[in-house]
Design a protein around this ligand. Structure first.
Ligand code: XBP
Ligand code: MG
Length: 236
């Protein structure tokens, strides 16, 4: 029986990538004085690599081969990523990125029905807190029994590790859970953890391969319809 809904954050709870993370990366690049710029199209390609630190490393390897960091590469990436996180949190505080359509309704309905909520994301814990705080309010942090984020696991999505971690923390079986994702990497992670997954696509992920997903939707917002996800068919 369905007990727990597990949500990805970036692209699923909110459209954080293009006007959030991407802008924060660019502000961090400007702060350290490099002329790198991730436009919307390039960022779309770089999204194939999950995790901000992993994405920066990939970019250096493939687009900036001549760059020599002023310190050990790992330290350089870690510091640059911390700067990026600072800009991302500032950006959310300046201008809220709203939840995607239907998300708040589903969270509210799930809570009313006694379902447990969790988050399994690649992004940094500070970013999860900031997004929940600015889009819903600080009280929303208490809605989630597990917030599994970032470096708490060694290998990020598409590896199933973050979902495995979440299941372990919650002492749940995969069959008791339903995941919500927006990307092929996220679907792979959930499916490989044995969890059924509903996809809500966005402009960056629309054409990706969602093999293994239980359902692919444009979004969760159908205000006049009963919420199909909770109506039972996925519980079998
Ligand atoms: C999200 C990500 C993250 C964010 C940036 O993937 O890949 O890297 O873009 O976050 P998913 P950090 O939605 O599949 O979890 O810079 O904090 O890593
Ligand atoms: Mg995502």
């Amino acid at each position: 029986k369905l007990k727990t809904l597990i949500f990805d954050l970036d692209g699923t709870l909110a459209e954080t990538e293009r006007d959030g993370h991407r802008v924060a990366f660019n502000r961090a690049f400007a702060e350290i004085g490099v002329d790198w710029h991730w436009d919307v199209a390039l960022y779309g390609k770089l999204l194939a690599i999950t995790g901000g630190k992993e994405r920066i490393r990939y970019y250096l390897d493939h687009y900036q081969q001549d760059f020599r960091p002023p310190m050990a590469l790992d330290k350089f990436i870690a510091e640059l990523h911390q700067t990026k996180t600072r800009y991302y949190v500032e950006l959310l505080e300046e201008q809220e990125i709203p939840l995607r359509p239907g998300v708040l309704r589903l969270l509210t309905l799930a809570r009313e029905k006694g379902l447990q909520l969790a988050i399994a994301t690649t992004t940094t814990p500070e970013n999860v807190m900031a997004l929940l705080r600015t889009s819903i309010g600080s009280h929303a942090l208490d809605w989630f029994d597990c917030i599994a984020a970032g470096d708490v696991v060694r290998t990020k999505k598409p590896a199933p590790d973050i979902y495995d971690y979440c299941l372990q923390q919650l002492q749940r079986e995969p069959a008791q859970c339903l995941a919500f994702e927006d990307s092929a990497n996220g679907v792979r992670a959930a499916v490989d953890a044995g969890i059924k997954v509903v996809v809500t696509v966005n402009d960056y992920t629309r054409d990706e391969d969602f093999t293994g997903a239980a359902l692919v939707l444009d979004h969760l917002g159908e205000p006049d319809q009963p919420c199909t996800v909770l109506s039972g068919d996925l519980e079998d």
